[in-house]
Design a protein around this ligand. Structure first.
Ligand code: ADP
Length: 270
């Protein structure tokens, strides 16, 4: 089976500063693939490269074809990218932003048809922003905005969806709902979900495979149980943790051990 994404010796530098250092890996079609790693390890850069937003060195293949052969429109029909929280003012309503996701499917005149309207409604309902349809984007909370951009991506009906820290602005309920939603897209529509996350516990719960990045290199790649070991987390993140099995299933649960608990005698705890 063709990999959804194939990365070969990918490198990228901002000016002279190397950020990705010759990494190679595949993402199988229909996988829930989560990229984790400390701040500055190159996660966002990697995701942007896959979305065709950078000009890195090396090769990126999407569904068996080099990324460069896709036109913007052809790429948008197959791949959707949800960047980190977008905070600039947008003079559009929620419905208008979500409908933009249909652009790559519309005819040359860009006129919306019944299918586009139905998809827009369904995506807004899916992400719980239907009641905000006529609200201006400027009048939304960070979490609501985030859900609108996710609705727009779903509207694109992509085969691959890339999400950069999509749960960052969400409360607990919406975090769980978003992760379940991505799980459903994967299960019911065979979508390949590629997500950057800083929440290792959410990542452990949902990922088929985890990529752990550090300083632009692959530290580990595999199922959560193999990647999230005690030694590797301490070495990569430089912090103390406890790792045990989650009460919810056969995947690891990571508990941060801050100084206060690692050295209780120093903080007055006994
Ligand atoms: P992560 O997502 O893992 O936090 P990033 O890919 O955002 O890492 O960034 C990796 C490194 O590249 C960081 O040190 C960051 O400061 C730097 N960087 C990111 N974007 C740019 C940019 N547009 N110009 C210059 N440096 C950048």
């Amino acid at each position: 089976m063709t990999a959804a994404v194939e990365i070969v010796r990918l490198s990228h530098a901002y000016r002279t500063r190397p950020v990705l250092k010759g990494i190679s890996f595949d993402i199988a079609a229909g996988d829930f693939f989560i990229i984790i790693g400390p701040n500055g390890s190159g996660k966002t850069t990697l995701l942007k490269a896959m979305a065709g937003l950078l000009a890195p060195q090396g090769e990126i293949h999407l569904m068996g074809r080099p990324l460069e052969v896709y036109t913007r429109r052809a790429l948008a029909r197959r791949l959707a990218f949800v960047p980190q929280l977008i905070t600039e003012d947008l003079p559009f309503t929620v419905r208008e932003v979500v409908l933009m996701g249909r652009t790559p499917h519309m005819g040359l005149l860009g006129l919306e048809g019944p299918e586009d309207i139905a998809q827009t409604q369904a995506a807004m309902a899916f992400t719980g922003v239907g009641h905000l349809a006529h609200r201006k984007m400027d009048a939304l909370s960070g979490g609501e905005r985030q859900r609108v951009f996710i609705a727009r991506a779903i509207c694109q009906e992509p085969e691959i969806i890339l999400l950069d820290e999509p749960t960052a602005a969400l409360d607990l309920t919406h975090q769980a709902r978003l992760m379940d939603l991505m799980e459903r897209l994967k299960r019911e529509r065979g979508v390949t979900v590629v997500m950057v996350s800083h929440d290792v516990n959410l990542a452990a719960m949902y990922a088929d495979r985890l990529l752990l990045l550090k300083n632009g290199r692959i530290q580990a790649l595999g199922p959560p149980g193999e990647v999230l070991t005690y030694d590797r987390i301490e070495e990569t993140y430089g912090c103390r943790v406890l790792v045990d099995e989650s009460p919810l299933g056969r995947f690891p649960r990571i508990t941060l051990v801050p100084d206060k608990y690692a050295h209780p005698e120093k903080s007055g705890r006994s």
